[in-house]
Write a protein that binds this ligand. Structure first.
Ligand SMILES: NC(=O)c1ccc[n+]([C@@H]2O[C@H](COP(=O)([O-])OP(=O)(O)OC[C@H]3O[C@@H](n4cnc5c(N)ncnc54)[C@H](O)[C@@H]3O)[C@@H](O)[C@H]2O)c1
Ligand SMILES: O=C(O)C1=N[C@H](C(=O)O)CCC1
Length: 236
């Protein structure tokens, strides 16, 4: 598979290593707006850049019929515009706030637990996330996905960051930045009597990078056009 990497930072470099280890060929990489005449030769573009650049980078790939995988967080207010472009251009796009297989299993666990907790009125939920000091956005895309899953399965209607007052009906999301943390997410249901907690801890970036390469292999073989996610790739 010929790959274009758009955003060659911590994730882009990690993805290159994993992709090469699986026999793929990185034919183009950039830390700027991509040059489409070069990137066009690729079977797939993998986009991990910055929130301000993601929409333009993804849109250019879609308009040029390059299947694109994106893991950039902090731009999702423009997701519907991307979906419209995908339809218009009969292109393929896959987004995940977190590509790690472990986190995608954790997402399922979160949804199951939320369904159980819906009727347990004495518990209040909160989410906390910890990431490295260089992370630009807060809360993390993964924390937002976790909150949206809880909203889907309970009577909670919204989340807030920074957390609002204690009696608020939102799901509070706390974000911490600490040196060398790759990504830790914890969901806690707290009552006066006890707490129930589930937690995912990333030990490195390999899980995110492997997931992005697996998603790329999947989308290249996907016959239909449209917007996809990791549930499609992992069949879970
Ligand atoms: N979905 C996931 O699984 C997952 C995992 C890790 C990180 N992320 C997200 O991926 C993004 C990148 O993370 P990172 O740790 O590699 O950050 P990083 O800062 O190390 O890398 C971002 C790179 O993008 C480059 N860049 C700047 N402007 C650009 C432009 N216009 N076009 C292309 N590239 C540009 C920067 O020079 C930098 O090298 C962040 O949004 C982060 O939250 C997602
Ligand atoms: O290192 C990052 O930045 C990460 N970003 C994603 C997020 O915002 O959820 C995934 C975890 C790592």
């Amino acid at each position: 598979m010929k790959i274009a990497i758009i955003g060659y930072g911590k994730m882009g470099q990690s993805i290159e290593q994993i992709a090469q280890g699986r026999g793929h060929n990185v034919i183009y990489k950039t830390n700027e707006k991509p040059n489409l005449s070069q990137a066009k030769q690729a079977d797939v573009a993998i986009e991990f850049s910055i929130p301000e650049a993601a929409f333009d980078n993804i849109s250019e790939c879609i308009k040029n019929q390059i299947p694109v995988i994106s893991g950039t967080t902090g731009w999702l207010d423009q997701f519907e515009d991307v979906a419209r472009l995908v339809e218009k251009n009969h292109s393929k796009f896959l987004y995940a706030s977190n590509f790690s297989i472990g986190v995608n299993l954790f997402f399922k666990l979160n949804s199951m637990l939320a369904q159980m907790m819906k009727t347990q009125k004495e518990y209040k939920v909160d989410i906390s996330e910890i990431h490295h000091l260089e992370k630009k956005d807060a809360p993390s895309g993964t924390a937002i996905s976790l909150a949206e899953q809880i909203i889907e399965h309970t009577n909670y209607k919204s989340w807030s960051h920074p957390p609002k007052a204690k009696n608020s009906k939102d799901i509070p999301i706390k974000a911490f930045r600490e040196k060398g943390i790759f990504g830790t997410h914890e969901i806690s249901y707290r009552s006066e009597i006890d707490d129930i907690e589930i937690k995912h801890t990333a030990h490195n970036r390999k899980g995110f990078a492997l997931g992005a390469v697996l998603a790329s292999e999947w989308i290249v073989n996907q016959k239909n056009h449209g917007c996809f996610n990791m549930n499609d790739v992992l069949n879970i």
